[in-house]
Design a protein around this ligand. Sequence first.
Ligand code: FAD
Length: 302
Amino acid sequence: MTPAPAERLSRNDDARDLAVSFEFFPPKTEEAEKALWGSIARLLPLQPRFVSVTYGAGGSTRERTHQTVTRLVRETNVPPAAHLTCVAASRVEVDEVARDYWDAGVRHIVALRGDPTAGIGTTYTPHPEGYAYACDLVGGLKKIGDFEISVACYPETHPESRSLEADIDILKAKIDAGADRAITQFFFDNDVFERYIERVRRAGIELPIVPGIAPVHSFSAVSNFAKKAGASVPNWLAHRFDGLENDPATRQLVAAAVAAEQVLDLVDRGVDQFHFYTMNRADLVYAICHLLGLRPGVPEAA
Ligand code: FAD
């Protein structure tokens, strides 16, 4: 029987067994940098297992990702994870970035192939002297240091994969190469995620598959990105945001309700780890974590 919402909330009151992680992107401007560090300051007391910082398409944020990650090492106690991709770089260059991270005390890499330099949906051509795919990168990283490694996976199948089976084979190759966990592309239909987990487990993969949760700050931005990334946007979701284009306050409430509904349902299905795509904003993610029962570990400044 599906528990009533109030029962669900009280069941997760202390959230002792829940782990969360937060994903940020490196800021481009001083103003964006201030906003990012404000969000980090708000979210870190929730004691995430790690926070990750993305790597722009084609390595375009190499310096900024590095600066953000190393500042996390210097100024916080949270373990940072640096995203790193194979795109448009030789193995020597990628290895150098990884070694710099290791030397700076970074012990966790989110290892990705990356999207083609010309954008999602265009043809990917591996760099002639580079790591061709994420599984090759994972193997290369393990030779540099005993990094903890997260990789990407796709409940609705990566857009370039022939089939779900082929996609799961690729996930297996990344795990065989040394990955410790997989983080999913965002999704909105929990049944899709549950079916995916069943298939992954049937294929003999036992490692944690952490759902990537994307709070809907902007419905149009999320649906545009979802189209390119091969994630579906259910009609019911479109309907919930329908007519709110010029009503940011209601949009925010609806976004919080939608995300809360999704994560609480996943908890009911046995999920105990979540990765939040924060878009560098703390508000929605903080509220959702609060609903999950997480509370700040140290008193916050007034
Ligand atoms: P892979 O696991 O390498 O697979 C991608 C595709 O390549 C497969 O579908 C398959 O068609 C093909 N393939 C893989 N291995 C082989 C093989 N051995 N032989 C033949 N074909 C193969 N992108 C960024 O640019 N920067 C980021 O910071 C970033 N962070 C992300 C974080 C998460 C949690 C997720 C889910 C995605 C992220 N992405 C990021 C997007 C990601 O780079 C793209 O989805 C990319 O298209 C695939 O990356 P991957 O690591 O899953 O690739």
